[in-house]
Design a binder for this molecule. Structure first.
Ligand code: DQQ
Length: 443
């Protein structure tokens, strides 16, 4: 493992060196996918945050560009923090981001490309009237950050939401604007969930109930569900929920309050944080970016000279089959990286067994696996009241009737070191079958 930690990625996005965290302002413009990210140019630990910038034709192969924005104004001198892009109907781009001021107050700032004819969007201008938003009365000056992409309302205004908290209740404030310079705070919040703490990097977007096309952020209607996602500062995971959005009041109501934002489903049960989607008008899909932080120590990061990477961008869709979750799939462009493949068919995995797969030599693997449960076994299993959780149910080692099953990756010969990426199927009251997808890093 000490060898592995020195390797750089081949598939995943990372800067040439030093520290990276949240994805920022992803967008497609004049033939290029743009990716901005929270970056420390000086060291492989968080701090001195500016916006790194890279472009790609396929979301997989990246060209590193100069920093897009640095901390050079009183309103962002302590950090150019997370933000989102909005593409206006005339094709112009506005960027909203959080600045940490000279007094470490979190404010929202407006920036835009210096030259819209430049497909690489190399130069960025910060609006002279910044900051455009300061924490409203009652909100902590360090609890006001990460503006979303704006969506267009039927009133002809743009609307954004910004995560915050009130005591231990996570909330998301809503603002209307006509010009991205002056804003009006709506009464009430988009949503609030007690006990979830500070909501970072809130994301809000529509998904289609009936089609597998992605939707522009402003789309609404009877065929649409709205996703709210929050990154819980206390828990360091990204939680989402489906619900109904009422444009008139600016409020969103979860479909099921038991699986509300922050207490229900996560995008990912490995390391995945501060994620953000964007609508890719090039391919008519919604794409999810998420930051994968390190599990290793800070000193190990410093020693190797870099820290963290971005997950492969994923296409997200409402799962019409279950109606209860999103379907996530690595963007189709990933397939171009497959130089050779090996197929294994009809592998039978008996209870308690490990089946070795001879994959040959490779430094990178991209695995597609399909599992089929024995129907007879499925039927014979008794219903259980026991709640399963990737985190607390004993990982990949504790056996239940229908799981865990999956793949042991990064395993040594003796299996003393391994990372199970596994499924767990639980049959609950009423015969309802729930499938969990987990990773176990304990070994
Ligand atoms: N990272 C940014 C903040 C955000 C946090 C600072 C989430 O804007 O809340 O680097 O990881």
């Amino acid at each position: 493992n000490s060898m592995l930690s020195w390797q750089r990625t081949a598939f995943h996005f990372q800067p040439e060196k030093n520290w990276m965290n949240d994805p920022n302002g992803p967008l497609f413009y004049k033939g290029w996918y743009h990716f901005f990210y929270q970056y420390n140019p000086n060291k492989a630990v968080w701090g001195d945050i500016v916006w790194g910038h890279a472009v790609s034709k396929d979301l997989i192969h990246w060209l590193h560009l100069p920093l897009a924005m640095v901390a050079d104004q009183w309103y962002d001198i302590n950090g150019v923090w997370t933000g989102s892009a909005t593409i206006l109907p005339d094709g112009k781009i506005v960027m909203l981001y959080t600045g940490s001021t000279n007094e470490s107050v979190q404010v929202q700032n407006l920036a835009y490309p210096a030259d819209h004819s430049d497909p690489l969007l190399l130069n960025w201008v910060k609006y002279s009237g910044n900051p455009v938003l300061v924490p409203p009365p009652g909100i902590g000056y360090k609890d006001f950050r990460d503006p979303t992409t704006a969506w267009f309302t039927s009133e002809g205004k743009w609307r954004i939401t910004i995560g915050s908290k009130l005591n231990k209740t996570g909330i998301s404030l809503v603002y209307d604007t006509k010009d991205f310079k002056t804003y009006e705070l709506l009464n009430g919040v988009l949503h609030a969930v007690p006990g979830t703490g500070m909501w970072e990097c809130v994301d809000f977007y529509p998904v289609s109930k009936t089609s597998d096309k992605g939707l522009d952020t402003s789309v609404n209607g009877p065929d649409v569900k709205h996703v709210v996602k929050a990154s819980l500062d206390d828990d360091r995971n990204d939680y989402y929920a489906f619900g109904t959005y009422d444009e008139k009041t600016g409020k969103w109501v979860p479909d099921n309050e038991k699986i509300d934002v922050g207490i229900g489903i996560r995008y990912d049960y490995g390391k995945f944080y501060a994620s953000k989607t964007f609508y890719d008008q090039n391919k008519g899909r919604r794409v999810l970016w998420g930051w994968i932080g390190e599990s290793d120590s800070e000193s190990a990061d410093v020693q190797k000279g870099w820290a963290s990477l971005q997950g492969i961008p994923r296409t997200v869709l409402f799962d019409q089959k279950t109606g209860s979750n999103l379907l996530q799939w690595p963007v189709e462009e990933i397939e171009k990286l497959r130089l050779s493949s090996k197929d294994f068919n009809k592998v039978e995995v008996k209870a308690g067994s490990v089946v070795p797969l001879q994959v040959g030599t490779a430094t990178q693997l991209d695995i597609i696996a399909e599992f089929e449960l024995d129907n007879k076994v499925l039927e014979s299993v008794a219903e259980s009241n026991e709640a399963f959780s990737c985190n607390t149910s004993g990982g990949a080692a504790k056996r239940g009737a229908l799981g865990p099953f999956g793949l042991l990756v990064l395993a040594d010969e003796s299996l003393s070191e391994q990372t199970p990426v596994y499924f767990y199927v639980a049959k609950g009251p009423g015969g309802i079958v729930d499938t969990f997808f987990c990773a176990d890093q304990t070994r």
